[in-house]
Design a protein around this ligand. Structure first.
Ligand SMILES: CC(C)(COP(=O)(O)OP(=O)(O)OC[C@H]1O[C@@H](n2cnc3c(N)ncnc32)[C@H](O)[C@@H]1OP(=O)(O)O)[C@@H](O)C(=O)NCCC(=O)NCCS
Length: 172
C-alpha cells in the first residue's frame, strides 16, 4: 500500500501508509497511551495493562498471519495505528494517540482500513471491540454480533463486544 491522503470535512488531513519496522517502538508507546487515556473510564488499571500486554505480545506476529499494519500521520508525526487481518476480515487493532482522540482521526483511519479491506476482497469486517469504543464503531456502521463477552489478556478477563460491518455494496 502506498502513501495516500485521507481527508474528511471536519477531520484532520491524514497521511496513511504501511507501517515500517522502525515504527514499532512508537506504535507500542502510542497504543499504551491510547489505552490508558481512552479506556480509563471503562477498564480498571489491571485490565488496561492486560489489554496493552496482549497487543504488545500479539501485534507483530505476522509470521503466523498476513496482517497489514497501517499508520496515520499528521505532519509526519504518528497519530494512529490500525491492523487488518485480510484473510479473516478482522480489525485486529485501532488506536489513536491519547492527545488526538475525539478529533476524527479514528474515523478517518477506519475509513482507510475499510477501503483496504474492500479492495482486498473482504465482504465484512469484524472485531472484538473495547467497550469504550462501541459507540465509535456503531457510529461507523458496525453492529453487535455474537461472540465471547470476555477475552483473556495476560491472565486478566477483559469485557469486549464483538461487532461487524458489511462492506458489500459500498463504493471502493
Ligand atoms: C476508539 C478510538 C479508536 C476512536 O477514535 P477517535 O479518533 O477518538 O474517534 P473520532 O473522533 O474519529 O470519532 C468518530 C465518531 O465516533 C464518536 N465517538 C468516538 N468515541 C466515542 C465515545 N467514546 N462515545 C461516543 N461517541 C464516540 C465521535 O463522537 C464521532 O462521531 P460524530 O462524528 O457524530 O461526532 C480512539 O478513541 C482510541 O484509540 N481509544 C482508545 C483505544 C481503543 O479503545 N481502541 C479501540 C480498540 S477496539
Amino acid at each position: 500500500m502506498g502513501r495516500r491522503q485521507v481527508a474528511q470535512a471536519d477531520a484532520p488531513t491524514l497521511s496513511v501508509r504501511t507501517a515500517r519496522f522502525e515504527d514499532v517502538p512508537a506504535i507500542l508507546r502510542l497504543i499504551e497511551g491510547a489505552i490508558e487515556h481512552g479506556c480509563r473510564n471503562t477498564y480498571d488499571g489491571a485490565q488496561r495493562r492486560a489489554v496493552y500486554l496482549g497487543y504488545a505480545s500479539n501485534l507483530f506476529v505476522d509470521a503466523v498471519g498476513p496482517f497489514e499494519t497501517m499508520v496515520a500521520e499528521i505532519d509526519g508525526l504518528l497519530a494512529a495505528v490500525a491492523q487488518l487481518d485480510v484473510d479473516g476480515g478482522a480489525l485486529r487493532a485501532l488506536f489513536v494517540d491519547a492527545t488526538l482522540q475525539g478529533h476524527g482521526v479514528g474515523r478517518a483511519l477506519l475509513a482507510a482500513v475499510e477501503a483496504r479491506a474492500r479492495a482486498a476482497g473482504c465482504s465484512r469486517l469484524s472485531g472484538a471491540m473495547s467497550l469504550n469504543a462501541v459507540p465509535f464503531y456503531a457510529q461507523a456502521g458496525f453492529r453487535s454480533r455474537g461472540g465471547p463477552t470476555r477475552l483473556l489478556n495476560a491472565g486478566v478477563r477483559v469485557p469486549v463486544r464483538w461487532m461487524e460491518k458489511s462492506l458489500a455494496g459500498e463504493a471502493a
